[in-house]
Design a protein around this ligand. Structure first.
Ligand code: AMP
Ligand code: GLY
Length: 430
């Protein structure tokens, strides 16, 4: 019997999930709550407040959903999986306890320390005085992290005294992160190349989907403020089969063992953010969900059924599952509204979407209004290009970008450039 799937969330990541399920022979219906202008075309959008877990449960029961897949971290950190499981409603994701791998940086750091997983040295601090005293001993550069969820803004890399003072002000004087900064993880700053590994876990076993590299800064050459992500490519040239095996054996497997030891076997996506230093991977962070925009390049390269993989994971049956990945490279360029991640306008009509009907364009901040698709957020669309190598995938993605237009269209022109430099010189630090 074909299954009904409900996806929670409204970004490009959720459109990519919906696309994957809509093209899956195992799936009869795809619902997206709340979804966006793109998911409206391939799934049924249902307006809902993701903070209201009871309402989501009611919706899943009413629609007789067979599998619910959670996009963003907040419902997981609030315990949506615990609620669904208590009601016998199948959902893919970690319970509230397991979601602490993302919702508490120090929970994750302590678990990694217990399991001897490579990570930067870290210190748990409760007060400004502790942070200042440690700085005198450790010296800059250091990284200050609010322990709790801070909408992706709680990490401050401090290379200079000014940056360190500014971080202290943000945390302790302005109280910008509220309770999320009741504890601080003070960490050694690692210097190297970043890449992320995406895995599906069933409590005991895991399967790696692929690797990807995000582009977090707003402007070209990694300048400007941090954003949710302005583009990504998959796989990354840094990810050799040896490295992937090392990440599986020395990071993911011991993490699953640590969660099992604690009485909460970890089921869900695991996003492992790594810094590669002299060829060795160190964990910068865990996330308990897929990345956005990384999902928009990871899922199109997956040739086997995502639905089946997630279903098997909820059955604790991943060991026998197969993951087949294309040998191509995918690149996504985010089309954003001018001003993002600061102030920007909404409601602009998007033109040119019809001319790219045969191409993959995932929507993020869009809304269907009458016969138009209009902008409704900071990150608006994700153009996805493919190629036999990174260079041709970059060219392919920018061809799509050129065919789409709206007032205030902004995008980075250098997505994939660091990867190309690495390929050319064997070194990205030019
Ligand atoms: P996050 O918001 O947790 O994704 O972290 C933002 C960025 O901060 C990461 O992508 C890294 O570039 C950087 N970062 C976090 N922790 C460290 C660390 N210990 N050493 C160096 N860079 C770090
Ligand atoms: N693109 C970074 C994230 O999803 O956290």
């Amino acid at each position: 019997m074909k299954k009904k799937v409900l996806i929670l969330g409204s970004g490009g990541r959720e459109h990519a999930l919906a696309w994957s399920f809509a093209n899956d022979d195992n799936v009869s219906n795809v619902y997206c709550a709340p979804g966006n202008g793109g998911t409206a075309e391939i799934a049924e959008n249902i307006a809902i407040n993701l903070a209201n877990l009871q309402e989501i449960l009611r919706l899943a029961q009413e629609k007789k959903i067979d599998l619910t897949v959670v996009g963003p971290e907040n419902p997981l950190a609030s315990g949506i999986v615990d609620l669904f499981r208590n009601e016998g409603q199948r959902i893919f994701g970690p319970d509230k306890y397991g979601a602490q791998l993302e919702s508490s940086k120090l929970f994750a750091r302590n678990l990694m320390a217990e399991k001897n997983i490579s990570q930067p040295s870290f210190y748990s601090c409760n007060t400004r005085e502790e942070v200042e005293a440690l700085k005198e001993i450790l010296e800059l550069p250091l990284v200050l992290k609010a322990d709790g969820l801070a909408a992706g803004k709680g990490v401050m890399v401090c290379e200079t005294n000014d940056e360190f003072e500014q971080a202290l002000k943000t945390i302790f004087d302005d109280g910008e992160f509220g309770k999320a900064a009741n504890r601080i993880s003070l960490e050694r700053c690692l210097v190297g190349e970043e890449l992320s590994v995406f895995a599906v876990c069933d409590g005991e076993n895991f399967k790696i989907l692929n690797t990807a590299q995000d582009h977090k800064r707003a402007y070209d050459d990694d300048k400007g403020p941090n954003t949710g992500g302005m583009g990504a490519y998959s796989p990354t040239p840094l990810s050799t089969p040896e490295l992937i095996e090392m990440v599986g054996d020395e990071i993911i497997q011991p993490t699953l063992e640590g969660m099992k030891d604690r009485g909460h076997p970890y089921t869900g996506f695991l996003y492992v953010g790594l810094m590669i230093v002299d060829g060795d991977p160190f964990v910068i962070e865990f996330n308990v969900r897929l990345g956005d925009p990384e999902t928009q390049v990871v899922l199109p390269l997956l040739k086997s059924s995502l639905f089946k993989l997630l279903w098997d994971a909820t059955e604790g049956n991943l060991k026998k599952s197969k993951v087949v990945v294309s040998s191509e490279t995918a690149v996504t360029v985010v089309l954003a509204a001018d001003g993002y991640p600061g102030k920007y306008k909404k409601g602009m009509i998007i033109k040119g979407l019809d001319s790219v009907r045969d191409r993959l364009v995932f929507h993020a901040g869009t809304l269907q209004k009458d016969h138009d698709i209009i902008t409704n957020g900071g990150r608006i669309l994700n153009a996805v290009g493919f190629g036999k190598d990174l260079q041709s995938a970059i060219e392919d993605a920018y061809k799509i970008v050129d065919l789409i237009d709206f007032s205030g269209k902004y995008y980075r022109k250098d997505i994939g450039k660091r990867g190309m430099q690495y390929l050319k010189k064997g070194d990205i630090n030019d």
